[in-house]
Design a protein around this ligand. Structure first.
Ligand code: QAP
Ligand code: CO
Length: 171
């Protein structure tokens, strides 16, 4: 098990598009384990592989405080969406910032689990928003893409300053 380093906006590697997982092998299982550990350690409610610089289509989510509902989605696809929901979103790659984003309220998602078995599930509310947010990461998208350029630039400048102070390399 390992805690992985989380990339921070505006690191250009967050714009990479993740490729489908061909086979849920030991390497992917280790990635899933490390992603859960990294998410719980942060702590966060969702993490996408892109955020730890692994461009493979894997996300982990757990919206419970007691770590009671760990969910892993490999090659996730949203097969239907319904309704609208506005929610304040944050992101482990955009630390310290929360902004309101509009998304579908209800979704049905199809994916492989950590054993490589196909499953479908319905989600609504926070779980639905979190899954949509994480799938966006796999396509190189961030929640700040949905807010005004003014707010986005303010966030970018602050995080660029933070990363210089911390010695993190960005760009
Ligand atoms: C995505 O985000 C999400 O700024 C998951 O300082 C979040 O786990 C979807 C976090 C909210 C829907 C609603 C953020 C931790 C965690 C921060 C997260 C921070 C520390 C974010
Ligand atoms: Co995020």
């Amino acid at each position: 098990m390992a805690i992985l380093e989380i990339l921070h906006y505006p690191d250009p590697r967050l714009r990479n598009e993740a490729l489908p997982v061909e086979e849920v092998d030991l390497e992917i299982k280790k990635l899933v384990t490390d992603m859960f550990e990294t998410m719980y350690d942060a702590p966060g409610i969702g993490l996408a592989s892109i955020q730890v610089n692994v461009p493979k289509r894997v996300i982990v989510v757990d919206i419970t405080e007691e770590h009671e509902q760990p969910l892993c989605f490999i090659n996730p696809e949203i097969i239907s969406k319904d309704g609208e929901e506005e929610m304040d979103e944050g992101c482990l790659s955009v630390p310290g910032f929360y902004e309101t984003v509009q998304r579908a309220d209800k979704i049905r998602v199809k994916a492989l689990n950590e054993k490589g078995e196909e499953f479908e599930m319905d989600a609504e509310g926070l779980l639905s928003v979190c899954i949509q947010h994480e799938i966006d990461h796999l396509d190189g998208k961030l929640f700040v893409d949905y807010i005004s350029p003014l707010k986005r630039n303010r966030i970018r400048k602050k995080l660029e300053k933070d990363s210089k102070k911390s010695g993190r390399k960005v760009l």
